[in-house]
Ligand binder design. Structure first.
Ligand code: PEP
Length: 243
């Protein structure tokens, strides 16, 4: 089980260091669950320093496919590796919605990162309009299809995060059945080992979501910003892994 905290555009280096110190203290030994935090680029160094020698890994929130070049605002795989980063989130719906990320650019970023030895959490998910128009399956096939084309044989370093766009940051959560259905569908057409659920995961709903078949962890936004709530979700995942 993997629990990843996506901090989005929150926490500068000072807050990041303090959060990581608090997380280490609260979580202690986290051997039953893989824990990842994804700070903003400028805070990656602070997180890596603070979490050194712990089992908690640091991911970036994006990565470019080129080694270097005229790509203002982007960060390359080798820059992340040199900074001690273990992986990257790609294709988050906020990147798709606000910054023009596409199925193809998401797949390109994912493939390049994996090739360099980074872990990847590639995000997919339907909008409310698409769900209401009965298009969820077609959208997931298209989004995951682009990833499958770029990465025909996924290994354990790749996780897909199913994040229904209507459930992100809204307090609305997919029902456990909706999550299970979508995860099973994704695994049915792409042999990825791990599908994470994302969309308003909190301590109160973590148990019922994470205990579903084919739900292999969570990508957590809002509830990953506080040590207590993030720790509670990680502990739920650890307990379910042990049981
Ligand atoms: C996310 O940003 O990936 C996310 C799922 O956010 P939240 O948990 O706040 O809905």
């Amino acid at each position: 089980m993997l629990i990843a905290g996506n901090w989005k555009m929150h926490k500068g280096p000072g807050e990041t260091a303090a959060f990581c110190a608090g997380l280490l203290e609260a979580l202690g030994d986290v051997s039953d669950v893989e824990v990842v935090v994804a700070p903003t680029f400028v805070s990656v160094h602070a997180a890596v320093e603070e979490l050194e020698d712990s089992g908690i890994r640091v991911y970036a929130q994006n990565v470019h496919w080129a080694e270097e070049g005229a790509y203002t605002g982007e960060v390359s795989r080798s820059m992340l590796i040199a900074s001690g980063v273990a992986g990257a989130i790609v294709g988050h719906s906020e990147r798709r919605q606000y910054f023009g990320e596409t199925d193809e650019s998401t797949a390109q970023r994912a493939a390049a990162a994996l090739e360099a030895g980074l872990g990847v959490i590639a995000c997919v998910g339907e909008t409310l309009e698409e769900r209401e128009g009965d298009e969820t399956e077609a959208v997931l096939r298209r989004q995951v299809g682009a990833i499958a084309e770029a990465i025909p044989e996924p290994d354990a370093a790749l996780s897909i995060a199913y994040e229904p766009v209507w459930a992100i940051g809204t307090g609305k959560t997919a029902t456990p059945e909706m999550a299970r259905e979508a995860h099973t569908l994704i695994k049915g057409f792409y042999p990825v080992e791990r599908v994470l659920y994302g969309g308003s995961v909190k301590p109160e709903n973590a148990d019922e979501l994470l205990s579903q078949d084919d739900v292999d962890g969570a990508l957590v936004g809002g509830a990953s910003l506080e040590v207590d709530s993030f720790t509670a979700i990680c502990e739920t995942a650890a307990r379910l892994t042990r049981s």
